[in-house]
Design a protein around this ligand. Structure first.
Ligand code: NI
Length: 136
């Protein structure tokens, strides 16, 4: 029996969307208000899905306590109440768009979960704007 279990999480973080090789005018033109040089925050909502086979002995696909600990260590402790551009090494040279943040989260969780399982990351930057990344 194959299915997907989900764990939700949340973090607040500040960012600025910009390219160092563009001037402020070009950044404003492309990224709009999100290129504000003084940064701004979002309330990010995260849904991590783990897909695979249910263990007939336990009835679990994965122990959700283990998944919740991984999300806390890899995402909440690393990103919550941080300035993504300045304080999170993955975004030193990577624009912290919701797309790129989702891919970074997926890569961090991938390293912690057995390769027998599939991983999906759904990340909401606002209640209406979100991305889904499944690693391909
Ligand atoms: Ni923004």
């Amino acid at each position: 029996m194959s299915l997907t279990v989900y764990r939700k999480a949340h973090f607040n973080a500040a960012h600025r969307l910009f390219r160092k090789d563009w001037d402020d005018a070009k950044n404003l033109q492309v990224f709009g208000k999100c290129s504000n040089p003084n940064y701004h925050g979002h309330n990010y909502e995260l849904e991590v899905g783990i897909s695979g086979e249910v263990d007939p002995e336990t009835g679990f696909l994965i122990d959700l306590k283990i998944l919740s600990d991984i999300i806390k260590e890899e995402v909440e402790d690393a990103f919550d109440h941080k300035n993504l551009n300045i304080e999170v090494p993955e975004f030193k040279n990577l624009n912290p768009t919701v797309e790129n943040i989702a891919v970074v989260i997926w890569n961090k969780i991938r390293k912690r979960i057995d390769s027998a399982y599939g991983i999906s990351v759904k990340l909401y930057e606002t209640p209406r704007n979100f991305v889904l990344y499944k690693g391909n």
